[in-house]
Every structure is written in C-alpha cells, then in structure tokens.
Design a protein. Structure first.
Length: 151
C-alpha cells in the first residue's frame, strides 16, 4: 500500500476529529455558562430559604433543580451497552479479517507484516468485545436486569 495514500487519508481524518473535539467542547462550555447565568438570576430572585423550599416543591422548581446539573448522565438500559459491545466486536472482527485477507493480496512480499499484526489484534479485540457482550447479557439476565425477570 502506498504510504502517500495512507497519509492523504489519515491527516484529514485526524484534523477533522480535532476540529470536532474543539467545537463540541466550546459548544458544551457555552451551554453550561448560559445555564449558570439563567440559574443564578433565578436563584437571586428567591428571597429566603423558605421561599426556595416552597418553590422546590412545585414542578417548575423540581425542573430547575434538575437543570442545575450541567452534565446529565443518561442511564442506559443494560441491553444498550450489550449491543454496543457486540457491535464493536463484530466491526473489529471483520476489520481484522479484512486485514488478513489483504495480507495475501499486497504486492510487496515483505510488506505484509503490518497487515498480519493489525489483523490479528483486531480479531482478538473483536472476539474480546463479543465475549464481553455475551457475559454481560448472561449476567444481566441472571441479575434480573433484562425484562425485569430474575432467573
């Protein structure tokens, strides 16, 4: 495989990823700053602790207190994480198989070591993700986390 082609594909992908990380960080920072400004203005209008406690009992007050969390962790159901691990395992397994297939179709005879190493590592990672997904499935089912049934 031509090294210039690898560089021509890798560099734009790397810079695109850097740009995505930077812009998503700026976006999250601006949202957090805006939320903090709005929340501080709302809390300044509350006169005393009793007023705040009474406001917190209402639906709007509960929503305000929930919105005080800048980063919300969305709890995923166990099957979402299991499917994510299974998907990663399948993709890595077939990527590794593709690398091993390319090993036999590369023109320079000495240039196949990279394909062999990358293919073997990808297959090992794919199988690891697959076994992890299977173990998570069976453990989640035995703990009663799937379908609410305890086996």
């Amino acid at each position: 495989m031509n090294p210039d082609l690898i560089v021509a594909v890798t560099l734009p992908c790397m810079f695109s990823w850097f740009a995505w990380v930077i812009f998503s960080t700026f976006r999250r920072y601006k949202i957090a700053r805006l939320q903090a400004d709005v929340q501080s203005r709302l809390l300044e209008k509350v006169g005393s602790g009793q007023d705040l406690l009474a406001y917190a009992q209402t639906d709007a007050g509960r929503q305000l207190l929930e919105s005080l969390k800048v980063e919300r962790v969305i709890s995923q159901a166990p099957y979402g994480k299991i499917l994510g691990a299974l998907q990663a395992g399948i993709v890595l397994f077939f990527f590794g198989a593709g690398m091993l297939w390319l090993r036999g179709h590369v023109s320079p005879p000495g240039g196949t070591d990279g394909f062999t190493v990358l293919g073997a590592l990808s297959i090992a990672l794919g199988l690891g993700f697959g076994f992890s997904a299977a173990a998570s499935y069976f453990l989640s089912r035995s703990f009663g986390l799937l379908n609410g049934s305890h086996s």
